[in-house]
Design a protein around this ligand. Structure first.
Ligand code: F6R
Length: 606
């Protein structure tokens, strides 16, 4: 999730663009860059502050494009920072998204003599426009023709020195909004950098491009037809705009679930071969084919993702798996060797305990692999190989979209390692087809959020909550409890449903509710008996159950229905309602959901 911002008008462009980038900084902070036609491209690794130091404040340009990068293709270096340029340094592009056919386009452009300076997918766009310009088109037509050749997702702004007042924007799958001012116009990823200047905005839709000049704007379909759409006035504060109109980052991030799954899967499902394409594992694939054991390490939510991975990898890849808390692993004397893969799961890539576990594994000769969201983070750099989540920055302290992405990535890893072993074609085919259906299924749960909000309101006075689940949903019981306790400060415990009779059942009475994760899987009957035991002690039960299951209504009327999928992917569909439930419950209690007390987003100390 990068951020783009473009300006054409009468103000000092450098200052305006830098100021706008600061409002967009929540979208990425790996690198920042700016293009001013009279001055050229200026880029810096790290946050906007580093870029600011490089731009003179007295500089008088009146248009430009700017970018904040959250790295996907290529490390967070200055060369890979946007804007990217063509061979003549006349055409510059900023881009949020991924151009899927960039490799073939790059080969074609190189064969025509274009020279590339970065490892990014974005640079092809600048060269495509250059190519079209050299065929005699004007800038607008050249940009349109170039957009017609790329496939993938983009929110983009393009500028050419030949017509410095003109900026072309385009949208396909990544948000783009125009800001319409008096003698000035803007293009941005969201309204937050625009609101200081104008409250009149116009959101582009997929497959549309816009051409802005200081005193005019036009919108077209990529095919060429003009689009007539009325602008709208927004009364959001810049902070509300960063949250996409949601009250909290946590809710916004939960709502991003379908997009996050698509981004984690993008380009990685090989339908024909029944395989996962994981470029980050290429360098160690021969060693991975020989590993005899996997140890997964993580903390908190990432640890629970690891537990789901244990079930997946053992069942479908046939490899023995253990899951360890980073904080425990580093103080044991783990027995590891070259046939062990040590897999770290971490959103931030900076969690101290997980990092130390990886260092210990390396010392002992294990192959270290990361499932990490933050490109270029310490864990990403120190592991031998890895799979990036591509979930975009997670701002809410409570991890939500990262978990959804981590489980998705674990499913890809299961496919990869399973196919190196004995996973059948039909098993692989089913996993792939069910993975590709997940985004729409998660969307269905999100569309039902009002019912989950009502359920949370009903239970908002509870002092305690028990979460139970079995098999693949056993870790989700712990994750559901963690989400509730960390943002609502309610005492919540996760428990394997089969363990109830071994102790926890003693706590149950009419004031102690249970969240039962009860999809229609191979352990549903057993879970239903556990619910019955709780109901017999007058314990209230909320159940997460599969659509069409009426049987559950004989135990409780408080049911949150979720779509069906294969057992190994069900945790993704079970956890989303629990995230929403925790969010709404904490919200009903009036707590600051994004910044729970006593907690930090990234735990870089022991
Ligand atoms: C819970 C939460 C934490 C993190 C944990 C690991 O909502 O956010 O439990 O999951 O601190 O963090 P990462 O994934 O950054 O290593």
């Amino acid at each position: 999730m990068c951020g783009i911002f473009a300006y054409t008008g009468k103000k000092q462009a450098g200052v305006t663009l830098l100021d706008g980038l600061t409002s967009l900084e929540y979208r990425g902070y790996d690198s920042a860059g700016i293009f001013l036609p009279e001055r050229g491209g200026i880029r810096a690794v790290g946050a906007v502050g580093n870029l600011k130091k490089k731009i003179p404040t007295d500089f008088e340009g009146h248009s430009g494009i700017a970018h904040l990068r959250w790295a996907t293709h290529g490390e967070p270096t200055e060369d890979n920072a946007h804007p990217h340029r063509d061979c003549t340094s006349d055409v510059w592009v900023v881009h949020n998204g991924i151009i899927e056919n960039w490799k073939e386009l790059k080969r074609d452009l190189e064969s025509r003599g274009h020279v590339f300076l970065s490892e990014t997918d974005t640079e092809v766009m600048a060269h495509l426009v250059e190519q079209e310009l050299s065929d005699g088109k004007d800038f607008e037509s050249a940009a349109r023709a170039a957009l017609g050749r790329i496939r993938g997702t983009y929110g983009m702004a393009i500028q050419s020195r030949a017509e410095p007042d003109v900026i072309v924007g385009a949208r396909m799958g990544a948000p783009v909004v125009l800001g319409l001012g008096d003698g000035e116009n803007f293009i941005a990823s969201d309204p937050s950098p625009i609101l200081k200047h104008t409250r009149t905005v116009l959101f582009l839709e997929d497959g549309e491009m816009a051409v802005i000049r200081p005193n005019s704007y036009k919108i077209f379909k990529l095919g060429g037809d003009t689009v007539e759409r009325a602008a709208q006035e927004v009364d959001w504060s810049p902070e509300e705009a960063q949250k996409g109109g949601y009250e909290h980052f946590m809710l916004k991030e939960i709502m991003e679930g379908p997009e996050v799954i698509k981004n984690t899967l993008r380009g990685r499902l090989m339908f024909e071969e029944g395989m996962a394409k994981l470029g980050g594992l290429e360098s160690v694939k021969d060693e991975l084919a020989k590993i005899e054991r996997i140890i997964i390490v993580g903390c908190g939510t990432a640890y629970y993702a690891g537990l789901v991975g244990e079930y997946m990898l053992e069942e479908h890849a046939g490899i023995p798996v253990e899951v360890e808390l980073g904080s425990e692993f580093r103080y044991r004397k783990p027995v590891l060797n070259q046939k062990t893969m040590l897999l770290a799961i971490s959103q931030s890539g900076e969690t101290a305990d997980t990092l130390e576990a990886i260092r210990e594994g390396k010392r002992k000769g294990a192959i270290t692999v990361g499932i990490v969201n933050t490109v270029g983070s310490t864990i990403a750099r120190e592991t031998d190989a890895g799979v990036y989540n591509h979930a975009g920055p997670e701002i809410g302290v409570a991890s939500t979209k990262a978990l959804v992405s981590q489980i998705t990535a674990l499913a890809l890893l299961t496919l990869f390692l399973g196919r190196q072993r004995k996973m059948s074609d039909s098993d692989a085919e089913e996993i792939i087809s069910q993975l590709s259906l997940l985004p729409e299924k998660v969307q269905k749960i999100l569309d039902n959020k009002a019912a989950i909000e009502a359920m949370a309101a009903k239970y908002s006075d509870s002092r305690d909550f028990l979460y139970i689940g079995r098999k693949y949903n056993y870790p989700i019981a712990f994750e559901g409890a963690l989400k509730l306790k960390e943002i609502s400060y309610i005492h919540a415990e996760g428990c394997g449903a089969g363990e109830m009779k071994h102790g926890p059942l003693a706590m149950i009475d009419e004031k102690f509710p249970t969240m039962a994760i009860a999809p229609s899987d191979t352990v549903y009957e057993k879970l239903a008996s556990n619910i019955q035991e709780i109901r017999a002690r007058r314990g209230p039960v909320v159940a997460v159950a599969t659509e069409g299951n009426d049987d559950i209504l004989s135990y409780t009327k408080d049911v949150i229905y979720v779509p069906e999928t294969i057992e190994m992917l069900q945790p993704i569909l079970s956890v989303v309602p629990l995230q929403l439930f925790a969010y709404y419950l904490a919200h009903a209690k009036g707590f600051n959901v994004d910044r729970p007390r006593n907690l930090a987003k990234s735990v870089t100390v022991e």
